[in-house]
Design a protein around this ligand. Structure first.
Ligand code: ZN
Length: 405
């Protein structure tokens, strides 16, 4: 055991309905209630690319929580700037809940540009090429300054095809970093409690029923090796976190391998804490993972693919540059209720895209986020009305019917 007491959680998590392993819950933060299963749009540099905050808050999308990337914000504009502007929420103008990642994954994805030691990770900044160093302690400090409701432990990610020994080494390092993250986080939360400087203490618009501390989630690693995954889960849970994430998936392994890991691990994760699957995936992946017990998701797919001319629909992916849409007057998705589908045709969106108009990216991003968020809304309703298995079956059938039927 780590010797650390269980944290007094700044989140409350209440499961309100379950069907099989799928569950619907209420995750309460100081900045509002988040119904789960939930999709969190990714706001890499403090902005969800291609969409205004008003649209994210509108009843049409109603994103209750978004993600910020520690690595990107740390390098630019930098923590001193964000602190001087009153913390990340005030800086970007977003009052709802946020989660920040630890920076571990971004640094990992730099590949050859990084060097990992026991102490942390050394890497070259993608902004100006300068040498930077990130460790559990630095990540916790940066995340405390950003001030999101949920922070993530600093982890190391083994590649999907890692050998057993590589995956074990990486998992053991992640466990040592998890303990250091937790200890650093505790110290920072004590300071936060005793000196409520702007952006670090309780904001006036926050509800005060929960303690003014950040929640911290631990991350389970172990690549595709189920015994390592189980060990990682047990030992991470021993350290004690406010929630648990499955990391290191969707990094090049086959999809059936990813689902095997989720199926084995998610139901073993503490039932009274949120379970977060990091960086996954398509709407079908989300539904499949919900069926295996996952509550929270983030992914760049709806925004990134939107910018690249791809729409997610109930009948599969639609590439707007395809010539077959040149005079197609139908909306992107005939069963989508979003404002883009109400107003615009595939033909017009294709024209915008081919003309290089920025509105193409904006409209496709809007539809994709609306589609992801609405899918999760329907997932929650289905679980609450004990119709989830039927919902999943019908969703899959419609997807298989394809765009041309
Ligand atoms: Zn739509």
């Amino acid at each position: 055991m780590s010797g650390l007491k269980s944290p007094v959680s700044s989140l409350s998590f209440e499961v309100v309905a379950a069907q099989g392993e799928a569950r619907a819950a209420l995750l309460t933060t100081r900045r509002g209630v988040i119904e789960t299963p939930v999709f969190m749009p990714v706001g890499t540099a403090g902005t969800v690319k291609g969409i205004r905050f008003e649209a994210l808050e509108s009843p049409e999308l109603d994103a209750r929580i978004i993600l910020g990337n520690t690595y990107h914000l740390w390098l630019r504009p930098g923590i001193e700037t964000i602190k001087a502007c009153g913390g990340l929420h005030k800086f970007i103008g977003w009052d709802r809940a946020m989660l920040t990642d630890s920076g571990g994954f971004q640094v990992w994805s730099l590949g050859a540009l990084r060097k990992i030691t026991e102490e942390g990770t050394e890497f070259r900044s993608h902004v100006d090429g300068s040498l930077c160093f990130l460790s559990p302690e630095i990540s916790m400090e940066v995340q405390a300054a950003l001030g999101a409701e949920i922070a993530m432990a600093f982890d190391e990610c083994a590649p999907g095809e890692a050998t057993y020994d590589e995956a074990r080494r990486s998992m053991e390092l992640t466990l040592r970093w998890a303990k250091r993250s937790r200890e650093a986080h505790e110290l920072l939360q004590k300071e936060r409690g005793s000196s409520p400087t702007p952006g670090e203490g309780a904001d006036a618009d926050e509800t005060s029923a929960l303690p003014a501390r950040q929640a911290l989630f631990g991350i389970i690693q172990g690549a595709s090796h189920l015994d390592l995954r189980r060990e990682s889960l047990d030992r991470t849970a021993e350290i004690g976190f406010d929630g648990y994430a499955i990391g290191g998936l969707s990094v090049g392994e086959e999809k059936h391998v990813m689902m095997e890991v989720i199926e084995d691990i998610a139901p073993r994760m503490p039932a009274d804490k949120p379970r977060y699957l990091m960086g996954v995936g398509t709407p079908e992946d989300l539904i499949d993972a919900v069926a295996r017990g996952v509550d929270m998701f983030d992914c760049v797919l709806p925004t990134r693919n939107g910018r690249n001319g791809q729409a997610f629909t109930s009948r599969g992916k639609l590439n707007i540059k395809n010539a077959r849409y040149a005079v197609d007057e139908r909306p992107l998705d005939e069963s989508c209720e979003c404002s883009v589908c109400h107003r615009h045709s595939r033909a017009f969106l294709r024209h915008l895209y081919l003309s290089g108009e920025m509105l193409a990216s904006i409209l496709l991003t809007h539809h994709n986020l609306a589609f992801f968020l609405d899918t999760m809304r329907r997932v929650r309703q289905a679980i609450r009305s004990v119709q989830f298995a039927k919902f999943q079956r019908e969703y899959t059938e419609q997807l298989k019917s394809g765009l041309e039927s």
